[in-house]
Design a binder for this molecule. Structure first.
Ligand code: ADP
Length: 402
């Protein structure tokens, strides 16, 4: 069974074609600048790469082109579109409507549309892509939606409510939703498998650290708390997002600078974080380089980031009443031994003890990095959200065929 995994934005469409017999990625790529010209990058499993300017007025033309590239010419990896058995879509916001992945029906699409207010930049784009897909693929090809928020629907109310008047939860669904759920679910399951234990028997903290970062407390396989909130803005310092700040800082800045809601949102989402503090870059690698060159504000970024991660680890260990495993993933978590070492420094009293040498040796590889004396297992587990989406899609399609 071959599954096409789609991650659609308002002007982009990322894709992977995965052969589920061996979970092998046959091809992947991205269509960009949809609605404003168009370009496409496509890579095949045997190293062929295509980059081309295209004409993508809407998502539909991007789908038509992508099927063309997958099936015809020198970058083709399948002979016929009918070899694609199903399509799995990443959806950012499922709110309280979706606690697991589901088969796409008209009702499901309408529900995703109905919660667009909660993710105005993402959900409408996902709906466009689903509808374009319905147009381009035979209607018998099942489509499945996999939500970033679904994994966190197990959080208790104590963890997901904010201390604002209750009516805003009732009227506007204001609460913590959490994001990166597909990644936290993937790495937690994968970690349990790697150490030969049941996820139900483990208390773990998964740190997804990238341009966007989130930390999740997973007790017995279920998310019990997570650092991102109503939107992905909450939690720790990120590339361009502020992470949590005292809310009155925002109203104060708004008054001083005479800023509108939209301007504030731009400030907090795009101009804060590493970029806002350093004034130079939103990239973690740059922060390390600039800090090594003596740049004080880049050093401050790194100190703040590692400090905040450590606070979450302490808090979530308390929440779960113990900790068996700490898992690092995402661009920073998988690649930066400096980040992992700084986060785990002086945590012996928690039973967290890193093996510094092993930590320095492994990047982007599934590997244990805790020392033999560490009570808590520390691991790097590279994330694979596309594979998780493909697995969910396959499971739903298989259940249909039974
Ligand atoms: P996204 O959240 O956009 O998916 P990624 O998970 O790819 O982002 O993470 C990107 C971040 O990972 C960037 O800040 C980048 O600097 C950081 N990163 C990647 N490789 C390294 C490395 N070797 N050392 C330190 N940071 C790294």
């Amino acid at each position: 069974m071959k599954i096409l995994v789609i991650n659609a934005g308002s002007s982009s469409l990322k894709y992977q074609l995965i052969d589920m017999e061996n979970e092998f990625v046959l091809a992947k790529g991205v269509c960009e600048r949809i609605g404003d010209g168009g370009s496409m990058t496509h890579k095949t499993h045997d190293g062929k790469k295509m980059e081309a300017e295209k004409d993508f007025p809407t998502h539909k033309e991007a789908f038509v082109e992508l099927i063309d590239v997958l099936t015809k010419g020198e970058y083709a990896v399948i002979d016929d579109v009918n070899e694609i058995s199903a399509v799995g879509h990443r959806i950012v916001q499922g709110a309280e409507k979706f606690s697991k992945s589901v088969l796409v029906t008209e009702e499901v699409v309408n529900t995703i549309e109905s919660i667009a207010d909660l993710a105005p930049l993402h959900n409408p784009a996902h709906v466009l892509a689903i509808r374009a897909c319905m147009n381009v693929f035979d209607k018998h090809v099942p489509q499945v939606v996999v939500f970033d928020t679904a994994f966190h629907q197990t959080m208790p109310k104590t963890a997901y409510m904010f201390g604002v008047p209750y009516e805003y939860y009732e009227k506007y669904h204001v609460r913590r939703y959490g994001f990166h759920g597909t990644s936290h679910r993937y790495v937690s399951r994968r970690f349990a498998k790697l150490i030969g234990k049941k996820v139900e028997d483990l208390k773990m903290i998964t740190c997804h650290l990238g341009n966007g970062s989130s930390i999740t407390a997973i007790d017995g396989g279920k998310s019990v708390d997570t650092s991102m909130g109503f939107t992905p803005l909450d939690g720790i310092l990120m590339g361009t997002r502020s992470g949590n700040v005292d809310p009155s800082v925002i109203t104060y800045i708004a008054e001083k600078e005479n800023m509108s809601g939209n301007e504030l949102s731009l400030l907090l989402n795009k101009k804060s974080g590493f970029l806002g503090i350093s004034g130079r870059s939103s990239d973690h690698r740059d922060m390390i380089q600039f800090s090594n060159e003596g740049d004080e504000r880049s050093k401050l970024v790194l100190d703040m980031l590692y400090y905040q991660i450590r606070k979450y680890i302490g808090a979530y260990t308390a929440v779960m009443g113990g900790l068996d495993a700490l898992v690092f993933t995402g661009g920073i978590g998988e690649n930066s031994y400096t980040a992992r070492e700084s986060v785990c420094r002086n945590m012996d009293y928690f039973g967290i003890k890193l093996d510094k040498e092993i930590n320095q040796k492994f990047n982007r590889t599934e590997h244990e990095i805790s020392s033999a004396q560490s009570r808590v297992k520390i691991w790097i587990v590279p994330t694979n959200e596309e594979l998780m989406i493909a697995r969910d899609t396959k499971a739903i399609v298989d259940s249909l065929n039974q």
